[in-house]
Write a new protein. Structure first.
Ligand SMILES: Cc1ncc(COP(=O)(O)O)c(C=O)c1O
Length: 385
């Protein structure tokens, strides 16, 4: 009998070990200062942690409602209305999810069928494409260019076909640290208006925005909001990425389809954490103060490397900063990234892994969601290169 490997049936033949795992492992092996992965190395607010313990001790330890604890959905709805002037009905238009990742996967699964095209703007976070492919969809790329990573809306428009089912945007943008402006969102709105294309708006860094700018959520634009899944992450906002808590807001008609998938994928999400977040989220300073908190970190990092050989455009949002290393080396970004870990003991993410055909932009991504001490050490190393 012929031996056929079980993995021959892989649905994701292109997916290999991610750059995050490879870099993380190498950084640990060489005891490098790790500015590669997107999570803080400091603790969350002890108030929030106590609220979770209290919820567990009170006894909220069984399944939460499928859509999420109503009290939490209500505060989320109030938050969106206050910030973006859009009303989402907590009953039918908000669902609590296992991080933004599950919200994204669920929205794609609920709507993308075999042969549907989904526009993905590159460089892009890595969870979009596998979700599209697993559902038989076809990712159609719009590649942005360094150093500004701005969307050319004419190019974007040219990628739309009668097979386009969905468009994915991410603002503030990982990895470039750019943000879509009001003008950008209006261009997008005008392009999508005559179509029935769904918008998936990944807004996980909505509260990490610098220099007094405004986050132009898709929920601010009526025609966009009417076709959008807006995805958010409590992990990013409250320094608890390990809790994998997020949510998704969408008009009732779209949300009903989303929930059909959600209820069989996870059914519901961690109950005590939802109870805690419902209380914690009532105080807006818990998320509105984040801009300042991270701006100080960004500014410290950039001030520190001002005299280094790196070139950069200050990040406008997210906790990532791209550094252009052309004055240091003409190596591929993966090669210099690896060398910096093994020889100089500092880890970053090469941007090629986010680009179409792994194009090399001579950029490395550094995460500044780190303790002061970590940033000081990082600056010292980077200035010596
Ligand atoms: C752009 C972007 N979207 C989504 C996520 C995933 O968010 P979560 O951890 O809430 O699933 C991340 C995490 O790094 C991200 O950078």
């Amino acid at each position: 009998m012929d031996y056929t490997p079980l993995t021959k049936a892989s649905k994701l033949t292109e997916v290999k070990t991610t750059i995050f795992t490879t870099v993380g492992n190498l950084a640990r092996k060489h005891k490098a200062i790790d500015l590669s992965q997107g999570f803080p190395n400091f603790q969350a607010d002890s108030k929030l942690k106590s609220l979770v313990s209290e919820a567990i001790n009170i006894g909220y330890n069984q399944y939460a409602p499928m859509q999420g604890y109503y009290g939490l959905r209500e505060v989320i709805s109030d938050k969106i209305e206050t910030l973006h002037n859009r009303e989402y009905n907590p009953e039918s238009e908000i669902t609590v999810t296992v991080g933004a990742t599950q919200a994204i996967f669920t929205a794609i699964t609920a709507f993308v069928n075999k042969g549907d095209e989904v526009i993905v703007i590159k460089p892009a976070y890595d969870c979009y494409e596998p979700a599209i492919i697993l559902n038989g969809g076809i990712p159609v790329f719009v590649q942005l260019n360094a150093p500004d990573y701005k969307i050319d809306w004419n190019i974007f428009r040219s990628k739309i076909s009668d097979k386009t089912k969905m468009v994915i945007i991410n603002t503030p943008h990982n990895p470039s640290g750019t943000m879509l402006t009001k003008w950008d969102m209006e261009q997008l709105e005008n392009i999508l208006k005559p179509t029935n294309i769904i918008l998936l708006s990944d807004e996980v860094y909505e509260h990490i925005i610098f220099d007094g700018q405004v986050h132009e959520s898709a929920s601010r634009f009526t025609d966009l909001a009417n076709r959008s899944f807006v995805c958010a992450s409590f992990g990013k906002t409250f320094h608890v990425t390990g809790w994998k808590m997020g949510y998704c807001a969408a008009p009732a008609e779209l949300m009903a389809e989303f929930r059909k998938v959600h209820q069989f994928a996870v059914f519901c999400v961690d109950h005590p954490v939802q109870r805690a977040l419902a209380i914690y989220l009532k105080n807006p300073s818990h998320y509105l103060d984040l801009n300042n908190f991270y701006q100080q970190k960004r500014d410290f990092f950039l001030e520190g490397i001002k005299s280094s050989k790196f070139k950069f455009k200050p990040s406008k949002g997210t906790y990532f900063q791209l550094l252009d290393y052309t004055h240091i080396s003409n190596e591929e970004d993966e090669a210099i990234g690896k060398r910096l870990i093994t020889k100089n003991r500092i880890a970053s993410i090469p941007i090629s892994s986010f680009n179409v055909d792994n194009r090399n932009d001579h950029m490395l991504r550094f995460c500044f969601a780190k303790k002061q001490k970590t940033l000081e050490k990082a600056v010292e190393i980077l200035c010596k290169l």
